[in-house]
Structures are given as C-alpha cells and as structure tokens.
Design a protein around this ligand. Structure first.
Ligand SMILES: [Zn+2]
Ligand SMILES: [Zn+2]
Length: 568
C-alpha cells in the first residue's frame, strides 16, 4: 500500500494564518467505548459525544472509565457545545462527569436527551445542565458551525449522524448506524441526505467501523421477530427474555409478540423499567392497555400467560438476570421448562460471566436460547461491509477517517475505502490524542494532545488515577481490607468466622470496627444461597459492595477491598 493512504498526513508544516479545522479524537479510536471527538474551527470547539466504557475486571474497585478531557479543560472558554448522536452509554455515559467540570450546552434528540437527563439527575446536575432538543432532519447553528442531524437507524431509537458545516467544508460523522430498510418505527435511514452532501462535496467522513469484519448487509431489526415468536408460542411455561434496555425496537417487537400469543408482559430490572417508562412516556413504545403485569403480581402470575423482559443481558454482577440465575431475585424464580431467551450480543470480555449465568439457568432445567442457531434472536445494530461501502460511495469524501473500533477495525475500514477508490484525498488512520488539521490545501498532523482513560468510582463521582498511581495512592490514603472467608466446597457452608485483615486503615474503635466488618461479611454470605456461594465472582462482588458501604459509613474511607475465598 502506498504511503499516501496510510500516512497520518504530512509532517508539521507551517500553518497558514487562515482559519483551519482541527480534529481531536479524545476516545473511541482503538477501543470500543467512550466515544468522544472534538472539532475546532478557529477558536470554536464542538464536541461529538461523551461516552463511557465499562472497566475490565482487573480494574478492581473501578466502576467506569471515561475519556481524559484535559484538552477541553485547557480550552474551556472555547468549548461551544457537546452534540450527541444517540443515547448508548458509550456515547452519553461520561456526561455527568464532564458537565461537572465543563457545563457547556448539550444538543441531542428527544430520546437521547431523556436518557441523558436520567444520568444527570442521578448526578444531581440536571438543574444546571443546558440541554437543547433537536429534531432529526433539522439544522442547528452553533458558533461558526451549522449542524444537520441526519436520521439513521441503529439498535436504539432517535439516532442521528451529523453533517457539520464549517467555512472550510462539510464534515460528516455517522455516529453508530446500520442501514435498516424496514425499521420497526418506519423512520428510515436518510440515505438522501448523505447523497445530497456527497454531491455538494464533503471535506471529511468519519464512519462507524464496528462490523467491518462482516461481509454483506446487516439484516433488519425485524428478522428477530419470527424466531422469538416461535419460541414464545411453543414455550410450555414462562418466557424470560433479556435484551439491552435501550433496544426499544426489540422491546416493541417482544411486546407485540406477547400480545399475539396471548401473554402479558412484566418488566424487571432498573434499567429496563426506566427505559420502558421513558420510551412509553415519549410515545416511542406502544403498550396495549392491560398488557403489563405489576411487579407485585409477577410471582403469582400463571407462567403460561407471562413473558418477562429483564435487563442484565451481559451478566453484570448485580443485574436482575444475574440474580435470577442464582435464584436471588425478589420477583422471579426460574423453574424447570421456563424459557430463557438471551436476545443480545455476547460482548467480548463478558463471555465468561454470561456463560456462567446461563449454566445456572441450564442447571434449573430451563430451556435456554442464546445464539442464532435455530433462527435469529439477535441482530447487530452496526453496518456491515456493504453498508459501509454504500456510505463511502454516497459521500465520496476528500478525507476518510474510520472511527468506533479497535485498531484492526479502523485499519480494515480504511482498506475497504481504499479498495473503492472513492476517497479523493487521503484515508487517515487516527488514534486517541493524535491531532489532524485540515487547511485549504491539505491535512496535516499536529502535536498530539493529552488523551486517555480516567477511572471513576461512581459512588463518590471521584476520578481515580491510572492503575499504578491509583493503587499506590489508594493504599496510602485509604488502606486495604482483605476479608477472608472459608467456604466448604461440598456444602457451601461457611466454615469459621470470617477473618478481616486490614492495612493502613485507621479507625478509632479498631476492635469494634473489625467485629462489625466480620458481621457484615457473615451476613452477606448467609443471606446468599448455595449457588451464589459456589459462584465466587458473585459472592466476592457482594462482599465487596456490602463491606464498602459499611466501611464508608464507619470511617468515610474507601479502602481497596480484596475478598479472598478459601475452599476447604
Ligand atoms: Zn450505539
Ligand atoms: Zn457506540
């Protein structure tokens, strides 16, 4: 391949005094999650998305990961707005943390803003936030930018791509998309808008690379309907379906199916209940009267007449699905021949937890469906190669920058574009913190800016330093607590009183504090059932959460808590 394609632009040359457009990726390149990209024309910065990422399990005690926004803080007086493409966590999840530092106006569509409001409310920031609702298909002026919100289809609703008009040219950012010709709400992907900009001439295209490894087209959301209906129709007892709580179209299809086969629906799990309520209130979800079973009636309801929509498809430790799997849920117990449908992608990194959860379901002799073997029960919300090609062909930009993917996805998306020969200028592989400046006569690489990950404890909303520093600091200031529990492998019984080892954690009433901590651990273990006790990741997480609460209350400290379970 020639250098022209793979270079990151020419080396620094003297920049011209005329206004230029600088692109500063702050997250989402070379990784899935925490999408954030800043555009700067002259002195005016507009930011696309403010996402978060869930931490890998090695990041003990870290609740979530957000982009480092040092660059934006250094230029705070120039940041005009954050513009949101859609409401997924990897696009809006960092908002509460960022607005705390940088209270700039936020633009988004109705559903996206409704989800953002929920996050801001939880962070106590809703009052002060400046939120502006935008209708898909409309134009908004922000500083020197004119931004069109172009309707696109994806796995949630009210999603847009952005056409950002600057004096130097138009930039298109696709956000997350697939091209669904038969969307559930009949709100189609606006191919015409992409074609219109393509004909006018586009300076740069930034496009979703997630599914570049998949040939062909991603099927319509509708394809999951028949299989889910078949499984629901033939289900001998209760149906429990788990999907992402933001997949409103999926939820709509499941409600429609339940209605057709004569089942009522119950919603279980906080995010499921919240999102259904928001979508229903805004008129995005049609739920026939009398269809919904109240939480308190779920337990006693005729299982042959019931379908439950449950959050926790990724087996998140404290989610409803995880609790149900180990029979520790207030509302739901799984019995023999109940039907479990996992209507979601198994996100890489979560396989172990998800399969452990499903094993618990199998152990209860439930009928478990988690892949597309007998017909699709899940379909992706991201464009495959043919759709990516279509966008490239329609937009035929001067510069093309793949976004939203790990490095190999970006690379392969670049290769795809190269093959099409529809990019008139250069294809640029960018990474977080690497800066490109567009001028009248080219694209130039500039000094990189600070970019990276910030680890956050969602309880205190405090930022946590990167790994080593964080641990060192954490240990020196807050100490470490190691609860040691001996569990009998066969009976699941706790063998002796738990032992608590602490280092560097000061407490005025040492013995009393330790006795209390031992009680907390004992209670946590005792209130857990045999399956939970046998599942060490579950029991450890429960102990960590309960101890954290107790210690914080007693000492207002947040030590590192590392539960150790001895098998005896
Ligand atoms: Zn998305
Ligand atoms: Zn995304």
């Amino acid at each position: 391949m020639c250098d022209r394609i793979w270079g990151n632009g020419k080396e620094n040359e003297l920049s011209k005094p005329a206004q230029t457009l600088t692109v500063i990726p702050l997250g989402g390149l070379g990784e899935f999650g925490m999408n954030m990209m800043a555009f700067r024309y002259g002195d005016d910065i507009v930011v696309v998305d403010a996402g978060m990422m869930f931490p890998e399990s090695e990041l003990l005690g870290v609740d979530l990961v957000i982009p480092d926004i040092t660059y934006l803080k250094q230029h705070r007086e120039h940041v005009r707005a954050i513009v949101l493409t859609h409401g997924h966590e990897d696009h809006i999840g960092a908002l509460p943390y960022i607005l705390r530092d940088l209270n700039v106006p936020v633009y988004g569509t109705r559903f996206t803003l409704a989800l953002a409001k929920k996050r801001l409310e939880e962070g106590g920031l809703l009052e002060s936030a400046k939120l502006f609702e935008v209708t898909p298909g409309r134009l908004v002026e922000i500083g020197p930018y004119e931004i069109e919100f172009i309707p696109v289809t994806h796995s949630t609703i009210d999603c847009v791509a952005l056409a950002i008009r600057t004096p130097l040219g138009v930039v298109i950012h696709t956000g997350d998309f697939k091209i669904d010709q038969t969307p559930i709400d009949n709100a189609p992907f606006d191919l015409h808008a992409f074609a219109r900009y393509g004909n006018e001439g586009v300076l740069a295209l930034f496009s979703d690379s997630t599914n570049v490894e998949r040939p062909g087209f991603t099927p319509s959301e509708r394809v999951v309907g028949p299989r889910i209906e078949e499984l629901t129709r033939s289900a001998p007892k209760r149906v429990v379906l788990s999907c992402f709580a933001s997949s409103i179209h999926r939820i709509q299809q499941v409600i429609d199916i339940a209605e057709r086969v004569g089942r009522k629906v119950g919603f279980v799990g906080r995010s499921m209940v919240d999102n259904v309520e928001i979508a229903h209130d805004l008129g995005y979800l049609r739920i026939p009267d009398g269809m919904v079973v109240r939480p308190q009636d779920i337990r006693g309801f005729d299982p042959r007449k019931l379908l439950l929509l449950v959050s926790g498809s990724q087996a998140e430790p404290m989610s409803s699905m995880s609790r149900i799997a180990v029979d520790n849920h207030r509302l739901v117990t799984i019995d023999e021949n109940d039907t479990i449908i996992l209507s979601a992608r198994i996100i890489p990194g979560n396989e172990k937890a998800i399969f452990r959860m499903l094993d618990h379901m199998f152990r209860r002799r439930a009928l478990v469906y988690y892949d597309n073997a007998g017909g699709p029960i899940h379909v992706s919300g991201h464009a495959s190669q043919e759709e990516q090609k279509m966008i490239l062909r329609l937009v035929k930009p001067k510069y093309f920058i793949p976004v939203h993917g790990e490095y190999r996805h970006l690379f392969r998306h670049a290769a795809l574009a190269h093959q099409l020969e529809c990019v008139s200028g250069e294809i640029l592989l960018m990474e977080n913190g690497k800066v490109i400046e567009f001028t009248e006569d080219g694209a130039y690489r500039r000094e990189p800016v600070t970019a990276g990950r910030v680890l956050v404890d969602s309880g205190s909303l405090e930022e946590i330093e990167e790994m080593v520093v964080r641990d060192r600091k954490h240990l020196s200031e807050e100490g470490v607590v190691i609860p040691i529990i001996a569990i009998d492998k066969h009976t699941g019984q706790v063998e002796s009183a738990p032992e608590i080892v602490t280092r560097g954690l000061m407490s005025e009433n040492g013995n009393e504090f330790l006795a209390g901590a031992r009680d907390v651990v004992t209670r946590t273990v005792e209130s857990s059932n045999v399956e939970e006790r046998a599942d060490w990741s579950v029991i450890k997480e429960k102990i960590r959460v309960d101890l954290k609460r107790y210690i914080n209350k007693q000492t207002s400290k947040r030590p590192l808590i590392l539960p150790v379970i001895l098998e005896v």
